[in-house]
Design a protein around this ligand. Structure first.
Ligand code: FRU
Length: 488
């Protein structure tokens, strides 16, 4: 083991012991110490779910990227494992960036981006290449043949600096990798490579590209078949807002189309945002043994980061979500395993409310799974305040007249001028609007109408603010079900 990796492992062991469990999210994966960004290597190995992550164990900001590591049997309870990779080689000394993993012949294959910043003729050069490490689920050895996939394989004019985030899979004995890159027009493209042996790689095709329409660099691709469609997930940087579909800056988008495997050709049919909240980026998926496609993402925006002063950890993942394709859209719902941690059910059925602001006994909390079904068409506005007390609240407002749902954390306790609101256009089902809301200490995830749209955002309101109140303008029938989520 390199000194750098050893140092990270010793450091994290001590630091983890100093963070109280109750100071971090309860049922969401979070970094045990230091900083976390993208999920990496989300995959099964020897019957357990493994999750690696972009990791700086030493501080609550992004720096010298390592890979942190954890595993779980059910996506909810995670066991932290020692850091898996450190930037300890000439080809990755400036960072072990994002990538993925694969179980292959009883070994765990990790593929990641090695970043090498150096000076050539007094000018700074940054090279990004795709590198491989092989291990047993705990310790990994970087291949002596690294880098495995160099930028030389990309089409002429592609960037050497922006070439990263390989996602690997194996099909019919061939290894495939998709990686984000930037072509001669300066905007993003997704390149596909293949290999018979993990050492000799060939360029296959460009699956899709931005053509300066959908942001600049395309990061963190994922590519898989689902429900008779082919899905390409991409996280573009520097997008411009487009109606209520995309916002400025980094977005995570879903391209749905078809795939001609023989010619390695992807044809895009539709495109939409994956999550309409304030904090969602770099999603990655895996397939479970029972055939589910499960997605997890970094619950954070690069442009709106604010680590509270007293935190020794900063970084949370979304709840893992089961995916499906329905009517040309990607649907997402929390993994069914979460239901095993539901306790203390409280249920109100067919509650009739008219022009009223009210609380309901036992409907409150900061680690809860809450479902609200609004029925009928006789109300104009529904307002919910959560994580509230005399001083703070976060608002979910649904204006039925223009079908706009707004998430607003302006009064949640940020002492910086952070972006506070996001609006989405909602399509009601024939029986109204159904919202499943997961609250976990520092986050709120909203799943609308069986997962048709999702909205994930962070908040740092003091934990003592647990209240939930509702207001109705007009007249509505509501079903409300609440569970506490209790882990351990
Ligand atoms: C996305 C990203 C990736 C990169 C990693 C570095 O959030 O920028 O493209 O590999 O973060 O930490």
């Amino acid at each position: 083991m390199s000194d750098l990796l050893n140092q990270a492992r010793l450091y994290e062991q001590k630091a983890i012991a100093n963070v109280a469990k109750t100071d971090r999210p309860s049922y969401h994966f979070s970094v045990p110490t230091g900083w976390l960004n993208d999920p990496n290597g989300f995959s099964d190995f020897k019957g357990e779910h493994h999750l690696f992550f972009q990791y700086n164990p030493y501080a609550t900001h992004w720096d010298t990227m390592h890979w942190g590591h954890a595993k779980s049997k059910d996506f909810i309870l995670w066991e932290y494992l020692p850091a898996a990779l450190a930037p300890d080689q000439p080809y990755d000394h400036s960072g072990v960036f994002s990538g993925s993993a694969l179980e292959d012949n009883k070994k765990q294959i990790l593929i990641y981006t090695g970043v090498d910043e150096h000076f050539e003729n007094n000018r700074k050069q940054i090279y990004q290449t795709q590198c491989i490490a092989v291990g047993d689920g705990l310790n990994y050895e970087k291949l002596s043949s690294n880098p495995a996939i160099s930028f030389d394989l990309l089409p002429e004019g592609s960037s050497k600096e922006d070439f990263r985030d390989p996602k690997i899979w194996k099909e019919d004995g061939t290894y495939y990798v998709v990686a984000g890159s930037r072509n001669a027009d300066g905007s993003g493209q997704i390149a596909l490579f293949y290999s018979d042996n993990l050492t000799d790689w060939h360029f296959g095709s460009i699956l899709d590209q931005s053509r300066n329409q959908l942001g600049k660099m395309w990061e963190c691709p994922d590519f898989f078949a689902l429900d008779d469609s082919q899905i390409l997930l991409v996280s573009p940087q520097d997008m411009l807002a487009d109606g209520l579909e995309f916002h400025n800056g980094n977005n995570a988008i879903c391209l749905i189309g078809s795939y001609d495997k023989a010619n390695l050709k992807f044809t895009r049919n539709t495109i939409h945002n994956i999550d309409y909240g304030l904090d969602f980026y770099a999603p990655q998926t895996m397939q479970t043994e029972d055939g589910r496609r499960v997605m997890i993402a970094w619950m954070q925006s690069w442009d709106n980061r604010l680590c509270p002063d007293d935190f020794s950890w900063y970084g949370t993942m979304t709840c893992p979500r089961e995916l499906s394709v329905q009517n040309g859209r990607l649907y997402q719902n929390p993994v069914r395993e979460l239901e095993c941690y539901r306790k203390n059910k409280v249920c109100y059925l067919d509650l009739h409310k008219e022009e009223e602001t009210f609380c309901l006994p036992k409907i409150e909390g900061r680690t809860i799974d809450l479902t609200i079904h609004l029925k009928g068409s006789d109300y104009q506005t529904f307002i919910m305040h959560l994580a509230s007390d005399e001083q703070y609240y976060t608002e979910i407002r649904y204006n039925r007249e223009n079908s706009i749902l707004t998430f607003d954390r302006t009064y949640s306790g940020y002492r910086r001028d952070m972006i506070g609101t996001r609006n989405i256009k909602v399509e009601e089902d024939s029986d109204g609007l159904c919202m499943r809301i997961l609250i976990d200490r520092y986050s709120v995830e909203i799943f609308l109408n069986n997962g048709r749209q999702a909205m994930s955002s962070l908040l740092y309101t003091p934990q003592s603010a647990k209240g939930i109140t509702f207001s109705i303008i007009g007249s509505v029938y509501m079903d409300i079900t609440k569970y506490d989520i209790e882990v351990n």
